[in-house]
Design a protein around this ligand. Structure first.
Ligand code: ADP
Length: 398
């Protein structure tokens, strides 16, 4: 079967067509600047050349129409017609407490997802637009929603509640939800598979370190805690997001800089994190690593603070699970950053971790990077959220 995976943002749309038998991606691409001047489609069929087309995309329906046209193009397409696309899997960021699993996107379900919009105002409305656009163009194709929050719905109450008046949970459902769930689920399962151990027997900590970053504790196959909260702002220091701060800082900055709450929130989301902490050196770890080699103080401070926070979360999840068997690194920085992995693991001597530096320098493989004597196994598992969404989608259509 061919499963089209759609990850729809407010002005961009990423897609992959995945053959579920081979689990290979047979074409992928990206629509950028949807609804803005200079819209562009990038399309790459498997084994073919990347094509870039600048063409107007006034809305998401047009963007998806162009994607379907590219996939069925007689010369460079990968399927003859739309009947060869058996189902569409949509990434949906927030499923609130309503969705602890993926789901077929019926009209009733779409209405329930819309009710979660205020919990993810930047993401969910765009995800919904993507689903509706696909429904218009492929009315008879099953659509499945896969939620970033679903994997974390197994967290116990003590992990998801905040120390706030309980009425805010009752009235507004203010609690920890967690994100990147598709990645945490995929990576933790893959780790067990690679080690040849039963998922249900392991205590696993997954460090998803990309532009957005989060850590999760997966005990006996279930997520029991994660670092992102009501929104993806909490937890680790990220590319441009602050992660955990004293909430009183918001008021302090607002007074000192004469800014509104909205303006301070924009600073916390877009101008903080690695970018802000490095005094605007970069939000990209490749630049920070270069800076580190050159002895740049901004880079050194930022790398140390970032890694310290990751190590602190790992420590807290070791406590939460009363131990750990496997620590996994994934996503852009986690997969490609041997320096970050080294700096984090330097804090973890108490877990008896011994990194094998030769293995730590390898890329793109699902491997353990610790020596056989290491008491805790550290692994690098490249994440594949699109494949995870395709697998979820397949569950509903076979
Ligand atoms: P997201 O999906 O959240 O946008 P990614 O998982 O793609 O993020 O991670 C992007 C980040 O990964 C980049 O900002 C960069 O900091 C980091 N990264 C990518 N490649 C490398 C590399 N070769 N070395 C170090 N860091 C890298």
């Amino acid at each position: 079967m061919n499963i089209l995976v759609i990850n729809c943002g407010s002005s961009s749309l990423k897609f992959q067509l995945i053959n579920s038998d081979t689990e290979q991606c047979i074409a992928k691409g990206l629509c950028e600047r949807i609804g803005i001047e200079g819209s562009m489609l990038t399309y790459t069929p498997e084994g073919g050349e990347k094509e870039k087309t600048v063409t107007p995309m006034p809305d998401h329906t047009e963007a998806i129409r162009l994607v379907l046209e590219a996939l069925t193009n007689p010369k460079t397409g990968v399927v003859k017609d739309l009947n060869e696309i058996d189902a569409v899997g949509h990434r949906i960021v927030h499923g609130g407490e309503k969705f602890a699993d993926s789901v077929i996107l019926t009209d009733e379900v779409m209405a329930a997802i819309e009710e979660c919009n205020e919990l993810a105002p930047l993401h969910n409305p765009a995800n919904i637009i993507g689903v509706n656009a696909c429904k218009v163009l492929m009315p008879n194709t099953p659509m499945v929603g896969v939620f970033d929050t679903a994997f974390h719905q197994t967290m116990p109450e003590e992990a998801y509640m905040y120390g706030l008046p309980y009425e805010y949970y009752q009235k507004y459902k203010i609690r920890r939800y967690g994100f990147h769930g598709t990645s945490h689920s995929y990576v933790s399962k893959k780790a067990a598979e690679v080690l040849g151990k039963k998922y249900e027997d392991l205590k696993i900590i997954v460090c998803h370190l990309g532009n957005g970053a989060s850590v999760s504790a997966v005990k006996n196959g279930k997520c029991i805690d994660t670092s992102m909260g009501l929104t993806p702002l909490e937890g680790l220091i990220m590319g441009t997001r602050s992660g955990d701060i004293d909430p009183a800082i918001i008021e302090f900055i607002a007074h000192k800089e004469n800014k509104s709450i909205d303006e301070v929130m924009t600073i916390l989301n877009k101008k903080s994190g690695v970018l802000g902490l490095s005094d605007n050196l970069s939000s990209d770890f490749r630049d920070l690593e270069d800076g580190l080699h050159q002895g740049n103080e901004n880079a050194i401070r930022t790398m140390k603070t970032f890694c310290y926070r990751v190590a602190k979360y790992i420590g807290s999840y070791v406590a939460a699970m009363n131990g750990v068997d496997v620590i996994c690194f994934t996503a852009g920085v986690g997969e490609n950053g041997p320096i970050v992995r080294n700096m984090v693991c330097e804090y973890l001597g108490y877990l008896g971790i011994e990194l094998d530096q030769e293995l730590n320098n390898k890329r793109g493989l699902d491997i353990a990077i610790t020596t056989p004597d290491s008491k805790t196994t550290v692994m690098v598992i490249p994440t594949n959220e699109e494949l995870a969404i395709a697998r979820e989608t397949l569950r509903f259509v076979i």
